[in-house]
Design a protein around this ligand. Structure first.
Ligand SMILES: Nc1ncnc2c1ncn2[C@@H]1O[C@H](COP(=O)(O)OP(=O)(O)O)[C@@H](O)[C@H]1O
Ligand SMILES: Cc1cn([C@H]2C[C@H](O)[C@@H](COP(=O)(O)OP(=O)(O)O)O2)c(=O)[nH]c1=O
Length: 211
């Protein structure tokens, strides 16, 4: 495997999408071939599963939720991520297996060992070279999202964003606990600063992967 696999994690509204777009552009300017993708999603099947997962009309059991995220991930890895890495590309992925541990594990309360098994069924031995966790008070993130939604008529909150602040607080703490387990792979960046400052730190972490 010659490519690089970099994942972005953190609470909703932490700035992952914005930072990833800038990082992709910076890397492309340096001559790297970059794939920008997201979970759940990244493939036709994954995007269909995403609509089911995020639809606020769906009353879904926690176990169904965990398995659907993993199903979307399995397709994503096989159809898009592994082939891109084998072709030497840089894959930037908006959320990956750690989101299942944080949201379905720390958030919903599903046993973490079980989730690790489900994740390994979905991803095999694939491991990101770097995982950037954009850390933010979840209330600030949710307010950012609400302001963004207000700007787009007709957009409403998705099924996960509608969860309680306490749920999102557990998710945040979950990400921080996960990061402690492998400080070499996880880099935590405080995401409450302005976008340019966060971006400087993001690029400093990414540079480490290529040195
Ligand atoms: N550092 C920042 N400070 C203030 N607002 C931000 C910052 N980063 C992103 N935003 C805004 O917050 C909203 C959510 O950002 P986004 O990149 O979509 O986050 P995520 O993908 O983590 O949900 C967007 O409207 C974006 O412009
Ligand atoms: C990948 C993944 C995402 N999620 C949740 C987190 C998000 O609320 C939602 C969709 O992800 P995303 O669109 O990245 O949300 P945001 O841009 O608001 O951060 O799915 C899980 O609960 N488990 C998972 O395994």
């Amino acid at each position: 495997m010659t490519g690089k696999f970099i994942t972005f994690e953190g609470p909703d509204g932490a700035g992952k999408t914005s930072q990833m777009k800038r990082a992709a552009q910076a890397l492309q300017e340096k001559g790297y071939e970059v794939i920008l993708t997201r979970e759940p999603g990244g493939t036709e099947i994954g995007e269909s599963i995403r609509s089911i997962l995020l639809d606020p009309q769906n009353r879904m059991s926690h176990r169904t939720e965990a398995l659907l995220y993993a199903a979307a991930r399995a397709q994503h890895v096989e159809e898009l991520i592994l082939p891109a890495l084998q072709a030497g590309k840089v894959v930037l992925c908006d959320r990956f297996a750690d989101s299942t541990l944080a949201y379905q594990g720390y958030g919903r309360g599903i046993n973490l060992n079980l989730l690790n098994i489900v994740n390994s069924l979905a991803i095999g031995s694939l491991k990101p070279d770097l995982t950037i966790i954009l850390d933010l008070d979840p209330q600030v993130g949710l307010n950012r999202i609400r302001n963004k939604r207000l700007a787009v008529a007709g957009e409403t909150e998705d099924r996960i964003e509608m969860e309680t602040v306490e749920f999102h607080q557990r998710v945040r703490e979950g990400f921080l606990s996960i990061a402690l387990q492998d400080p070499g792979r996880y880099k935590i960046i405080a995401a409450g600063m302005d976008e340019d400052k966060v971006f400087e730190k993001v690029m400093a972490c990414i540079s480490g992967v290529f040195s």
